[in-house]
Write a protein that binds this ligand. Structure first.
Ligand SMILES: [Fe+2]
Length: 213
């Protein structure tokens, strides 16, 4: 993904999942797919908020140019990759640790070699949190590129919350992380190696819109 400009709030809202239906922002639509916003089916993840849920997730410092279209999908790992799966899941929460159903979680990342799809389609997609505030994607581990440790760009917004644009990092890239001035340890996912890949966990904590922001 080329980093070209800091997107405006309006552009961010429009790009996060196709288009947001109102300036008030509660739900997103993806008209090309005919998706109907609504609380997603229960993902059965049974995730519990961690102690960090009182701390709003910090936004990324680097400007990111998200491609304007995002498919609504949980599976970002495609058939042509030979990379191990990374299953990334987590909760969307408010700063008082309340779960946020029906929040949009929109991810974009580079491939294993640090290259972004110039069309902005590969390794890009969004979904809505379920009634427990949970999301889950299946993808691969992204690779580092010039001057950047490996990361996953994310934009998240729930009904009534601010729009968060941030990035998630991998905890096991110690040297690359230390060399990247944009890296933040509090944006690091929990990561475990599984029998067939990787299991990641990252919770997004969003302030309510208009509350101290
Ligand atoms: Fe990036």
């Amino acid at each position: 993904m080329s980093i070209q400009r800091r997107i405006s709030r309006r552009a961010a809202l429009a790009a996060a999942a196709g288009a947001f239906v109102s300036a008030g922002i509660a739900r997103a639509q993806n008209p090309p797919l005919g998706a109907v916003p609504g609380v997603a089916d229960d993902r059965g993840l049974d995730l519990v908020p961690g102690p960090d849920c009182v701390r709003p997730t910090v936004g990324a410092t680097e400007p990111v140019d998200f491609a304007p279209f995002s498919l609504r999908r949980a599976m970002l790992r495609d058939a042509i990759t030979d990379q191990l799966p990374l299953r990334l899941s987590g909760l969307v929460l408010t700063a008082d640790c309340q779960r946020v159903p029906d929040a949009v979680v929109d991810l974009a990342h580079a491939d294993e070699n640090g290259a972004y799809d110039p069309m902005g389609i590969r390794y890009r997609g969004h979904q809505y949190t379920d009634a427990s505030g949970a999301y889950r994607f299946e993808t691969i581990r992204s690779g580092p590129y010039s001057g950047r440790t490996a990361h996953i760009h994310a934009r998240v917004q729930g009904p009534g919350t601010v729009l968060l644009t941030t990035a998630i990092y991998y905890p096991d890239l110690t040297e690359l992380n230390a060399a990247d001035p944009s890296f933040r340890s509090d944006l690091t996912m929990k990561l475990a190696r599984t029998a067939d890949g990787w299991e990641g966990r990252f919770d997004f904590v969003l302030p309510l819109a208009g509350v101290g922001v």
